[in-house]
Design a protein around this ligand. Sequence first.
Ligand SMILES: [Zn+2]
Length: 392
Amino acid sequence: MKKLLRNLISAETTAEAGELAAADIISAELGLSGIACRIDSWGRNRANLIAQIPVAVLGTPSGELKSARRVGALARQAGRRGGLLFACHLDVVAPGEAKWEHPPFSGVESKGKIYGRGSADMKGGIAAIVTAVRQIVDSGAKLKGDIILFAAAGEETDSCGAKRFISDWGGMTQLAGVVLPEPTDFEVVTAHRGMLWLKVETSGQATHGSTPELGVNAIASMRAVLNELDNYKIRFKPHKLLGRCSMSVNTIAGGKEINVVPDKCEIKIDIRTLPGQNCQDIISDFEKIFAKLKQKNSQFEAEVCVVREVGALETDSSCGFVKDFCSAVGISETKAVGFTTDGPHLAALGAPVVVFGPGKSEVCHKPNEYIDIADVEKAIEYYKNIILKFLA
Ligand SMILES: [Zn+2]
């Protein structure tokens, strides 16, 4: 497991490098137990990995590779229980500018921890579920439903992998539930806020910097927008677990030359939404702000567009799947978290979604990210228990 985790970290699956190298590593690892998988690859190095371990394969001697699709069709008839989908993501965020104690893609082991970008988010979870699935298959356990292992591209950027997987799904298998092995430090998470990323661009008219009165300064227009946003509150009632919707302007760019009045300025805004919130309402509010500014100054021009939208996750904590899940891991209460996942996309498959895995969320997306080796080992046992609870 440690070697697998270190190799996955070294695969350096940032947005620039793509996910293919990590998909190949997992495919080879699953192959050791005779588990076939499909790598769905596109673009330069983008990749999703899908392995379906149907009931028909479980119990057959390992080493016998079969077409996942063909055996999947068999399992549809033979499977008596709804399948379990474990949905991971292969990509990681960039290591950032700050200095790391150990090189971010070296997977250094020190004092019971493995360091590296993606160690917690979420290659520790991947190493654990892949190892758990291998151990179950190697044990020859007779299961009554399919295990589906999915590792996505692009979770950190645009969820392209999850969207692709869902559009290919076509009711492949009836599911009992979906588990995301993301770093929750072994809390059972059933809710998180959604994400609405907006870009606002103001347009002006460029002119020589010595005669600003002949142009329209797009930065000045943006200042007017920012002043309005200071007083703008998104109207939506707080959620009992998730608290309030939040908004933060996190990038600004405008102007090219010191002696040219800028004709473009843009900001990017990170809004975290609550279940049931309609993103169109927020966009309409922005358009109203622009209309008001235009009334004051007819030269004002601005546009808003959506950069990314992910819904909020809210799984009914009292449903049978969540209750059985909690009993399989010996935890009685469910929680909400601050980060987002591909969960809301996967909820479209119609099964309850829970997030549960090793690693602390507070080390993610930061320098010196790490995971405790003991936690990954604990996760292997938890995932085996979960599989046996639902499928044995
Ligand atoms: Zn993650």
